[in-house]
Design a protein around this ligand. Structure first.
Ligand SMILES: [Fe+2]
Length: 135
């Protein structure tokens, strides 16, 4: 179910300004997807999904630059690329058409939102704090 929750919160702060800004942009873009679903504007959804995939990819590359010298890098990296694999599967499913596009768009939205929230709180905050402490 799409809920009104696509905004960044203070508890997501990792302490690296660039990364926090990128997380805010990701939440804003997920919010745009949520709004398109609420408006039933399904023509916008393929573009929003492409934009999210591209921006997530760029964001992960940047996080990986910060993390590459620290323990846990490989596991963290794997989580990013496994997630992108799931996003791509969803995008292909959407492009292939579905009998129920609203339900699929909502499923994609909920997956993106909950993954990002969970990943920031359980992984990014813990591992990027090593970079903050070390700087
Ligand atoms: Fe991450």
């Amino acid at each position: 179910m799409v809920e009104k929750l696509g905004v960044w919160r203070e508890e997501y702060r990792v302490g690296i300004e660039r990364i926090d800004r990128q997380h805010k942009i990701l939440f804003c873009n997920i919010k745009l997807l949520e709004e398109a679903i609420s408006r039933q504007d399904f023509s916008a959804i393929p573009y929003l999904l492409d934009m999210l995939e591209i921006y997530f990819k760029e964001h992960f590359r940047e996080e990986e630059i910060y993390l590459k010298e620290f323990p846990g890098f490989e596991v963290h990296n794997r989580k990013h690329w496994d997630f992108l694999g799931e996003v791509l599967k969803f995008i292909r499913k959407y492009q292939a058409g579905s009998r129920d596009l609203p339900a699929l768009a909502t499923e994609i939205h909920d997956f993106l939102y909950s993954w990002l929230q969970d990943h920031i709180l359980t992984t990014d905050k813990k591992e990027l704090s090593q970079v903050v402490i070390g700087s």
